[in-house]
Design a binder for this molecule. Sequence first.
Ligand code: GLY
Length: 356
Amino acid sequence: MTASNIHSNIIFSQQIETELENIISSFASGKVFLLTEETPAKLCLPLIQSLIDKFQIRTIKIKGGETHKSIRSVEQVWEVLSKFGADRKSLLINIGGGMLTDLGGFAASTFKRGMAFVNIPTTLLAQVDASLGGKTGINFNGLKNEIGVFNEPDAVIINTNFLKTIDYENFLSGYAEMLKHGLIKSPEHWAELMVYDLNHIDYESLQEIIAHSVAVKEWHVENDLTEKNIRKALNFGHTVGHAFESYALHEGKPILHGFAVVYGMIAELFLSAKKCGFNAELLQSVSAWLLNKYGKFDITPSDYGALYELMTHDKKNEGTRINFTLISKIGQVEINQDCSKELIFEALDYYRQLSV
Ligand code: GLY
């Protein structure tokens, strides 16, 4: 998997202003809007102020965080679009992390049945995952991403300079999705991620590694946009991971998405060893590496029932069966795997007994 696999509408550039001007020019017949939130606004708006003036871009700011990934925030966006005459030739530029690009993509995709949108992701998680691939949406009724549509952005601009401003925890959270990409599709990508020095982040080599990760994501999206088949590979670690994420939140000890995915990947590697012949020694060494970097969210057997219950509510399930994506070796995925409750509890035991 090389960077040359990347879709031409994904642009790697430190020259945000130039790239954005080219994109806006191709939408010259419509009005331009920009959606952002407080932190990315401070980071990005100064870089494109001359474009904001030149194209009279109207800026919409919403509050960040999962609680604001709501229909109310979408209404706020629709209200501005409507009031200031947006139409199907208009463009919405989304600048921010995954919450913002998911929500902005949804608002644009549904306004007058769809206007163009461009994502400028500012976190590692958004650059390698959330801003790509057209999963747009919002939370509803306490459920994450319950409402949404598949609709790919017209362009994505990835500027790795933005990553210099995110904290180490958020960096690791995005890195977890890159690790997942290596495990499901590319032993070469996995190997480069293993040796990358996380204690001294080199931003130049990072851009190339990010490009490899983006290529893995894009390969799955291009082959199966609406997740009927091979895109399910991208859910590796997420069935157990989402349960950890929701449970931790409910317990008042929230964990970042990527950390939950790492804990989920450890449990699902155990299931992979049991069901798909994933090498037992590799299971031990990969688990140890992951725990060393990501620490652990401690659980006890009394938590298993609630975690299992959360897994049964995963929207990727079909009927009553919990649908797992597992791997038989690094780079080889096995989708649509069924696991018994007993085996899932064994996987939680395996995770629980590991020491950091
Ligand atoms: N984040 C998983 C996917 O885009 O399918």
